[in-house]
Design a protein around this ligand. Sequence first.
Ligand code: SF4
Length: 315
Amino acid sequence: MKYDFPTPEGTMFPSMTVVSIINVCDFACTHCFYPQYVKQRGYSRHNMETAVFRKIADEMGQYPGSILRFIAWGEPLLHPKMIEFTQYANQVAPCSPISLITNGYWLKPDISKALMMVGLDLIEVSIDAATPETYSRIRVSKYLDAFSRVEQNVKEMVCQRNELGLKTRITVSFIVRPTKESVDEYAIFEQRWGGVADEIIKRKLHTFKGTVPAIAFLPSPRQPCYGLWTRCNINPWGQMSVCYNDWENKNVLGDLIDPGVTIAGVWQGTALARLRANQQKKIFTGICKTCKDYNADAWNHPYEQVVDRCRNKGL
Ligand code: SF4
């Protein structure tokens, strides 16, 4: 296999721009680094500022096709401007599919309707369970009604979408753990959501740099990381980092607050070029050196395929 940019356009601009607009979450899922992140010295809550988001969206408008993905260090629906940001991105970057990953708790009908109306193309609601018992054990929160409410929110969103004839594709996801119990529960999850959600996304467990205990299958010999050729990761302050796993901001490549810094400039810059060239030679340095989260599957089954399938279903 050739480990390189999937498309010529990808050399100029990432095929997916992953934007973390907030570093606050109201869940403490056992498979996420977030519960440890908020205990780190120096942690402070931060919502991405409008000017920073607009700069990102404006630049995406110059590179049609790059997927805008709201995800990462917090729950995007807790950002007070999530709907405004979606609307703005849809206006200035109309050829960029907009996707959101959420815990779904705040996806009440008025919010989901507003998001669909302003141009959200794809939503992924993380559920990870087929029973309330599993849900409350894995997706820890203070909300006693979380499982039923999230399921209800998704079903109501599907109904609204269908009634209004909107284009948003609605998916649910499940992280399959390396246990028989989890594999069996995924089968039930598939039955539960088949024919309801537009797609069921099956995920592997991330270890978040090995800090979340997990028995993860990692290929040997190790492959280069797909993310270096396809993803840019922007934190709530507007800094571009090598990886979403850079929770300590130790691998920042550029700060978009600086007027002279652009996503394309960092993407085409020497720091990433060096990392890519090294990984093609099987040399893993920096944050990647001890990483346990490189996704070998991504070269053959990238998330972009989910977006494409959804697009074919009506985006
Ligand atoms: S190898 Fe690991 S740390 Fe490096 S970019 Fe990929 S996922 Fe991130």
